[in-house]
Design a binder for this molecule. Structure first.
Ligand code: EPZ
Length: 418
C-alpha cells in the first residue's frame, strides 16, 4: 500500500494540462458495449476506475488495446451479459453496464456495484426506471437480473436527478424502438459528453444538459472515434490547492463554464481567477477569506465532488463557514483527519461548521475515499512540517500520479510505500 509524504509550505507555480474526465470516460466505456464494432477513445486517463471498467469490458469479451493514449475497444467479440461480483464491486460505474447490456442483449445479470464510502449508494432509481419501461427486474443472491425482452419506449420521471440513472437509461434506450423521454434528468457536463458519444455512433439523443433528455431508438450503432471532455473535478482540486498554498497556476484544457459555480464562489475571496478559452489562471497570496455558507448540489450548483477540498480550504481561511452536503449522506470522513492537523470543525448531520485557523500542522492522516483523500493532500501542502497521507489507492481511482502533477507545480510531495 502506498502513501504520500508531504512537506508543507510551498507555493504553487506553473501550468498543467488537465487529463480526461473520469466521470465522462466511465459511462462512455460502458456505452462501448452498445457497438459491435471498433471504438477509439482519445486521451485515455490511467485512473484505476477506468482500468477497472476496462477489465469488466474484457471479461465481457471485448478486445482492448491502448497505444499513444488512444484506447481502442472492439465490442464485436462481446459474448456475455453478466458481470460477476468481484469485478462489479470494484467500481460504482459497473451499474452503468446494466443499461448498456440491456441495450445490446435485452438482458443482463449484474452484481451490486462498488464505489466510495460516501453513502449507501442505492440503485432504486435505476431499477424503478427500468421497470417503468417494461424491464423485468429481480434482485437475488447479490445480483440484479433484468429481462428487457418486453422493454418499450416511454416517459420516465426520475424522483432525483441521478447522474448514473440518467446515463443508464440513455444507454438502455438508444437501441429500443420508439421515443423515450427522461424527465428530471441530471444535467452534468459528463451527460452531455455521453450524448455526444452516442450520437457519434449514430444514436439520436437530444436534450442532455437540460432536465429533459429525449432518445429516438435506432437499429444499430457504428464505430467511431471520440475525445471525452477534461476532468472539471481535478481542475477544481488544483484551483483550491492554489488558493490554499498561494502562487500562480494556469490549468489547461478544461471548460471554465463547467466550473462556473466554484469560480464564482472563490474569485476575489479566496483567490483571483481569470478564465479565458480553455485556460483557467489562479493567483493567490495571503490568507484566503471564508466563503461563508456553502451548499453542494446537482449541476450547475457546487459539485459534491469538490466539497472535501473546499472544506480543507475553509479550515485555514479567515472567518467561519458552514458547509452543507446536500447530495450524499456521509461525505465528511475527511473531517476527523483534518482535526488531527489542527482544524476546528464540528459536524451535525449533513452540515460542517468550520472556524478558520491561522495554520494547520503536519500529522499522520488516513484517507478513506477518493475526494476526501485529495482534501487531506491539500491540507498537507499547506500544513507546517511533514504530513503522511495513507490511502493513496483511493486518490488513484480518479487522479493519475497526483504527486507528479503537484510536484511539477513546486509542491514537495512524494509517494512512499507503507
Ligand atoms: C456520480 O455518481 C459520480 N460518479 C459521483 O462521482 C458524483 O459524486 C455523483 O454522480 C453526483 O454528481 C460517476 O459518475 C462514476 P447519483 P452517481 O446517482 O451516479 C442517490 C467521484 O468522486 N441515489 O447522482 O452514483 C445517491 O445515493 C464520484 O468522482 C439514489 O437514492 O450519483 C446520492 O445520494 C463520487 N438512488 C444521490 O442520489 C439511486 O438509484 C446522487 O447520486 C441513485 C442515486
Amino acid at each position: 500500500m502506498s502513501k504520500f509524504l508531504i512537506h508543507g509550505g510551498r507555493k504553487l507555480f506553473g501550468e498543467l494540462q488537465i487529463s480526461a474526465a473520469k466521470n465522462a470516460y466511465l459511462p462512455i466505456l460502458a456505452a462501448c458495449v452498445l457497438c459491435d464494432g471498433k471504438v477509439e477513445l482519445h486521451n485515455y486517463p490511467y485512473y484505476s476506475d477506468t482500468e477497472s471498467m476496462c477489465k469488466i469490458l474484457s471479461k465481457l469479451g471485448a478486445k482492448l488495446q491502448i497505444s499513444d493514449g488512444v484506447l481502442c475497444v472492439d465490442g464485436s467479440s462481446i459474448f456475455s451479459h453478466s458481470i460477476e461480483s468481484e469485478l462489479a464491486s470494484l467500481v460504482r460505474s459497473s451499474i452503468f453496464m446494466l443499461g448498456a447490456l440491456l441495450g445490446r442483449f435485452k438482458k443482463a445479470k449484474v452484481a451490486y456495484p462498488g464505489g466510495c464510502e460516501i453513502g449507501a449508494r442505492p440503485i432504486d432509481i435505476h431499477l424503478e426506471s427500468f421497470r417503468k419501461l417494461g424491464v423485468e427486474v429481480s434482485e437475488r443472491h447479490g445480483y440484479i437480473h433484468c429481462d428487457a425482452s418486453k422493454m418499450h419506449s416511454g416517459r420516465v420521471v426520475l424522483e432525483f436527478p441521478s447522474v448514473g440513472a440518467t446515463e443508464s437509461l440513455m444507454m438502455a434506450s438508444v437501441l429500443s424502438k420508439g421515443e423515450t423521454k427522461i424527465l428530471n434528468a441530471a444535467k452534468e457536463p459528463e451527460i452531455v459528453d455521453l450524448q455526444n458519444f452516442l450520437n457519434k455512433m449514430g444514436a439520436k439523443v437530444s436534450g442532455a444538459g437540460s432536465d429533459e433528455v429525449k432518445i429516438e431508438g435506432v437499429k444499430t450503432l457504428n464505430s467511431c472515434s471520440f475525445t471525452p471532455i477534461k476532468d472539471r473535478i481535478i481542475a477544481g482540486t488544483y484551483i483550491i490547492a492554489t488558493a490554499m498554498c498561494g502562487g500562480d497556476v494556469t490549468l489547461c484544457g478544461v471548460k471554465p463554464e463547467h466550473l462556473a459555480s466554484l469560480i464564482d464562489k472563490l474569485d476575489k475571496t479566496a483567490c483571483l481567477i481569470e478564465a479565458k478559452g480553455d485556460k483557467i489562471r489562479v493567483q493567490a497570496s495571503g490568507r484566503p477569506l471564508s466563503l461563508g455558507k456553502i451548499e453542494t448540489s446537482v449541476y450547475p450548483g457546487l459539485p459534491t465532488d469538490l466539497q472535501a477540498q473546499i472544506l480543507a480550504l475553509q479550515t485555514i481561511s479567515e472567518g467561519s463557514s458552514i458547509i452543507c452536503e446536500n447530495v450524499f449522506e456521509s461525505r465528511f470522513k475527511h473531517v476527523p483527519e483534518l482535526i488531527k492537523m489542527g482544524a476546528n470543525v464540528a459536524i451535525k448531520d449533513r452540515v460542517a461548521f468550520v472556524r478558520g485557523v491561522p495554520k494547520l500542522y503536519g500529522a499522520a492522516v488516513t484517507g478513506l475515499e477518493l475526494r476526501g483523500t485529495a482534501a487531506l493532500v491539500l491540507a498537507g501542502l499547506v500544513a507546517e512540517g511533514y504530513t503522511t497521507v495513507s490511502g493513496a489507492r483511493h486518490i488513484d481511482r480518479g487522479y493519475h500520479k497526483i504527486e507528479d502533477e503537484l510536484s511539477s507545480l513546486g509542491a514537495d510531495i512524494q509517494r512512499v510505500e507503507d
